[in-house]
Design a protein around this ligand. Structure first.
Ligand SMILES: Nc1ncnc2c1ncn2[C@@H]1O[C@H](COP(=O)(O)OP(=O)(O)OP(=O)(O)O)[C@@H](O)[C@H]1O
Ligand code: SF4
Ligand SMILES: [Mg+2]
Length: 407
């Protein structure tokens, strides 16, 4: 037991050290390389993530957009090492965090990374919160495990965090159980939990869908404040392009387990080149108003990922599909800037000009304020945490020696 504890502390210290380590030249904070995660089910192979690639650096926000079932959550859960295997299986690719492969880490090593280096706000807060523990205890758990906080320090910080995410009367509410919180409050508690250890990367999976518009804006502002202070990266998953319009630096549009278009937010909003992206844009109410056209949802439904259509997977729903689209898979069309798309016609300027919506980025509610402060806070917290964890490691070691002597 003691040995296990020692090992655990060591992994947590290593995770902190990795967080402080300089990113090797030519590497990124996060690099997802042709990642493939399939589920082997009785109905067949579900190709939930089928070749996802992107890079993400400090201070950047990536928006991941797509309809339900396009593989957004599975991509995130694969990065976090949270997919149960089997039925899941990595079929290819890699995920590099500060140049280190997350996919080759052991579960124990990943426990050091999760929550501390990479944290996730889950889509369904009820599955992520444990009903038998108070909110305060669950919020404090990460701080105790990753940062070496005492019970008292953790509870005080939990109160502070709850206050930060706009929960009134936080000193009382930390004693509540999850069922005593409303849906919106649980969502905010989840956000507080994810922010607790100042993660390098924050993955927010539809963090605002259950919330009303005012709270949505507050939550987004809170994540941005954290980013301005700690210079971390954010991955914002949503089915609504409008949500990421003014916070994302890069956008990946996913369809049937694959990125169909990827680019900077400006490229995606001012010069989208994939018909599916056009479809998503025409389903944003503000965009329809801009074009003075009725709101047009994309017709039909996304395909089953066990049976992805032949050729271009979007062809059954695409208004521009040709016979070739239904037979051949379109190659990746890439521009010099890195903007890419999987459509036969993405390089055809006349086609794009004629059919793409006249888009603007004024389709979201908030405005991005890019004000960066020097990164003092995070370095201090990390150094303090490593110190506390080392002290705790030394204490465990001392008690081990004592016991051995006695025995
Ligand atoms: N454990 C599993 N076993 C089999 N299939 C799975 C499993 N988990 C997810 N899938 C399938 O993987 C595909 C992608 O799911 P994912 O949850 O990533 O979609 P999503 O884009 O996050 O959708 P939503 O917007 O509804 O959250 C879906 O077809 C889903 O049914
Ligand atoms: S390849 Fe064909 S079906 Fe696919 S998006 Fe382009 S035009 Fe539509
Ligand atoms: Mg999801």
């Amino acid at each position: 037991m003691k040995k296990k504890e020692q090992e655990k502390l060591q992994h947590h210290i290593e995770a902190h050290e990795l967080k402080k380590k300089k990113i090797p030249k030519g590497k990124h904070l996060l690099e997802v390389k042709d990642l493939k995660m399939y589920f082997h089910t009785q109905d067949g192979i579900v190709k939930a993530v089928d070749g996802v690639s992107y890079t993400l650096d400090k201070d950047e926000t990536l928006g991941v957009v797509g309809e339900s079932g396009s593989g957004k959550s599975v991509t995130a859960m694969t990065i976090m090492g949270l997919i149960e295997m089997p039925p899941g299986q990595i079929e290819g690719g890699d995920v590099l965090y500060r140049g280190k492969s997350l996919l080759s880490m052991t579960e124990k090593e990943m426990q050091g990374i999760r929550g501390n280096n990479i944290a996730m706000i889950f889509q369904d807060p009820m599955t992520a919160l444990n009903p038998v523990y108070t909110i305060g205890r669950q919020l404090g758990e990460g701080l105790r495990v990753h940062m070496g906080y005492s019970r008292k320090q953790a509870l005080a910080r939990a109160e502070e965090l709850l206050g930060m995410v706009g929960i009134p009367n936080a000193e009382q509410r930390v004693k509540d159980y999850p069922h005593q919180f409303s849906g919106g409050m649980r969502q905010r508690a989840m956000i507080a939990m994810a922010l607790a250890c100042d993660p390098d990367i924050l993955i927010a999976d539809e963090p605002t869908t259950a919330l009303d518009v005012t709270i949505q804006a507050q939550i987004i502002e809170l994540m941005q404040e954290m980013q301005d202070k700690n210079h971390n990266a954010i991955i914002m998953i949503t089915h609504d392009l409008g949500v990421v319009a003014d916070i994302a630096d890069k956008i990946m549009v996913m369809y049937a387990g694959r990125p169909v278009e990827f680019g900077t937010a400006d490229e995606i909003f001012y010069n989208p080149i994939h018909p599916y992206t056009w479809g998503l844009m025409r389903s944003i109410p503000e965009q329809a108003t801009e074009e003075k056209k009725p709101l047009t949802p994309i017709s039909g439904n996304p395909p089953s990922l066990v049976n992805v259509p032949k050729g271009c997977s979007f062809s059954p729903r695409c208004p521009y599909a040709t016979a070739r689209c239904k037979e051949e898979e379109p190659p990746v069309y890439k521009t010099e800037s890195g903007h890419y798309s999987r459509c036969f016609f993405s390089g055809d300027k006349a086609f794009v000009e004629k059919n793409s919506p006249r888009t603007t980025r004024d389709v979201a509610t908030g405005t991005r304020k890019k004000e960066r402060k020097p990164q003092a806070a995070l370095d201090d917290t990390t150094a303090r945490a490593v110190q506390a964890l080392k002290e705790s490691q030394a204490a465990t070691e001392a008690s081990n020696t004592k016991q051995t002597k006695r025995g």
